[in-house]
Write a protein that binds this ligand. Structure first.
Ligand code: CU
Length: 570
């Protein structure tokens, strides 16, 4: 095993007993994953040569907020203060644990002093933002409590909604779940010229699911099963609030939707069958609006929606639902989620997300632009490797969630993970057999076990069966893994990419039919949902910055289990 930087975990262990989020709540199997760390890296300091247009003090801290009637809920929260920059750079979401919305302009130079006021290590990542490796929140930069990391970067992104959230290895899922997340809205001139709804008519919608105990406190992973499938709550929160209702005027709105859930995948659709008019995806505006019957939105993905309520009667309501779909979770697991977990919200079922109520009538409304933005499209001819895509092989096993058959380990680069700076690469996401414990020599298993992790049940795996049972569920060939295989939202740090193609094996066609019309692949993306049996080709530029950039599953429990790797741009 290469020397891995499990710095944050090692330091976290030293924090045992500090605060409510200390080790007591961490399952034994997680503790068993602790490995020796490397040298401690010092947090980055401000550079005198960097002249910021925007300067922000950001802190991660423990807090409490009233979410449900009764006692307040203890949370983790980002708090921010604007030191320098335009008014309106920071917008607090009232009554929410979410961090303030950060509004940036393309071309701005931004400095963020990020202070860790938690009782455990953390580091912030700017999901979707194209920043230098040192500023990207790599887990190796996880800070001890009390330390400050100074980020400095220029906003190179086009107009888009991005996310800030923690990225310390093995702690990301928990820290996000307890509240550490926020939105970054980048604006640019191309977007401004369109006259799209702004101000009170542009609404951020952060979708999350949570589970509360009888004292209104958040409940996180209790069983290995919840780790394997990703943690699913039984209650939907929008912008950190339950039973979210949006009061609107009878006119057009722009909804900036983000899936901020740890694991839950949504199939967004209006309850009256009105199609969704999509303006943009992760990396900003599409070339033209796209009309979809529904849209799939996986953790880490964003959606820009034109929602026109003009002509609707005052007092009328419209509900955004997650519509039924299948195939994202293993068949066995789906049964367990519904029956054994007594979930009120089984993943893939039909449930409401939020309500829109038309509360006042107006006569004026902007009209939908026919053209939105220019996107220069890559072709295979632009790539350095048209015949040899960089692989992103997904595999699942009883104890392991892997990419390219290896769990996360810092500086464990494979030859294909070294990418020449300035190149444009073809990448291919596909499902392998490594994790099923047979076929291909079971190499995935061998790598995935990790120290202290036995293979034969015990650690909550009783419900999933032991390795033998898994093998039978796995199957092989075309129908492989339909019992075990699951959907994974794959996120690549650094520059956005373009999706070239999706192909799917016949074995999953029934399930696939329930999601296939919900993908918006025509714009810039940084996270893509790979359904079971699916093979996705994408083209990604690796420009501007050398260094290490993560790629991983954005099911945060999977990420924490090691379904994460890094590219070295060199
Ligand atoms: Cu995953």
């Amino acid at each position: 095993m290469p020397s891995s930087i499990h710095l944050s975990r090692r330091r976290f262990l030293r924090q045992t007993g500090l605060g409510m989020f200390a080790l007591a709540g961490v399952p034994a199997w997680v503790r068993a994953m602790t490995m020796a760390g490397g040298p401690k890296l010092s947090p980055n300091k401000a550079s005198p040569a960097f002249a910021p247009d925007v300067e922000i003090e950001l802190a991660a801290r423990q807090s409490s907020v009233s979410i449900l009637p009764g006692p307040p809920t203890r949370v983790l929260q980002y708090a921010a203060r604007l030191v320098k920059g335009p008014e309106g750079t920071l917008t607090n979401l009232p009554g929410s644990y979410l961090g303030p919305l950060i509004r940036l302009q393309k071309g701005q130079k931004v400095r963020i002093h990020f202070r860790n006021e938690l009782a455990e290590p953390t580091i912030a990542h700017w999901h979707g933002m194209h920043v230098p490796a040192l500023m990207d929140g790599h887990p190796m930069y996880a800070m001890d409590p009390g330390e400050t990391f100074v980020y400095e970067f220029e906003v190179l992104n086009r107009a888009s909604l991005n996310i800030y959230h923690p990225h310390p290895h093995e702690l990301t899922g928990r820290q996000v779940y307890y509240g550490l997340a926020g939105g970054i809205l980048v604006n640019d001139d191309e977007e401004a010229a369109l006259g799209l709804p702004v101000g009170e008519y542009e609404i951020p919608i952060v979708l999350q699911d949570r589970r509360f105990d009888a004292d209104n406190q958040l409940v996180y992973v209790r069983h290995m099963h919840e780790k394997m499938m990703g943690f699913h709550g039984d209650r939907i929160l929008v912008n950190g609030r339950p039973d979210f209702t949006l009061e609107v005027a009878s006119r057009a709105y722009r909804l900036r939707i983000m899936n901020g859930s740890n694991a839950r995948i949504y199939k967004l659709g209006w309850d009256d069958g009105t199609p969704l008019t999509v303006l943009g995806t992760d990396g900003g505006l599409l070339e033209t609006p796209e009309v979809k019957p529904y849209v799939m939105l996986a953790p880490g993905e964003r959606l820009d929606v034109w929602a026109d309520f003009s002509g609707r009667a005052v007092g009328s309501q419209l509900v955004m639902r997650s519509l039924p779909f299948s195939g994202a979770l293993p068949v066995m697991a789906r049964r367990m989620m519904g029956e054994m977990m007594h979930s009120a919200l089984p993943p893939g079922s039909d449930y409401p997300l939020f309500t829109v109520r038309v509360s006042r009538g107006v006569s004026e409304s902007p009209s939908l632009p026919r053209r939105l933005a220019k996107i220069s499209r890559y072709t295979l001819a632009d790539t350095a490797n048209p015949d040899k895509p960089v692989p992103l092989e997904i595999s699942e096993g009883p104890m392991s969630m892997l990419i390219n058959r290896r769990p996360y380990a810092h500086d464990d680069l494979q030859p294909f993970e070294r990418i020449p700076l300035g190149s444009v690469q073809l990448l291919e996401i596909f499902h392998g057999h490594g994790g099923s414990g047979h076929g291909d020599g079971g190499e995935g298993m061998a790598h995935g076990g990790g120290p202290g992790m036995g293979m034969h049940g015990g650690m909550g795996m009783g419900m999933m069966g032991h390795r033998g049972g898994m093998g039978m569920m796995g199957g092989h060939g075309g129908g492989m893994g339909m019992m075990m295989s699951m959907a994974h939202p794959i996120h690549l740090h650094g520059q956005s990419f373009q999706i070239v193609s999706r192909t799917v094996s016949n074995a999953t066609m029934d399930d696939y039919a329930s999601v296939r019309d919900g993908f918006v692949d025509s714009g810039w993306k940084d996270t893509v949902l790979a359904m079971p049996g699916e093979r996705i080709r994408l083209i990604k530029p690796f420009q501007d910055f050398k260094g290490l950039f993560m790629y991983h599953c954005h099911n945060l429990e999977h990420e924490d289990m090691g379904m994460m790797r890094e590219f070295s741009i060199e």
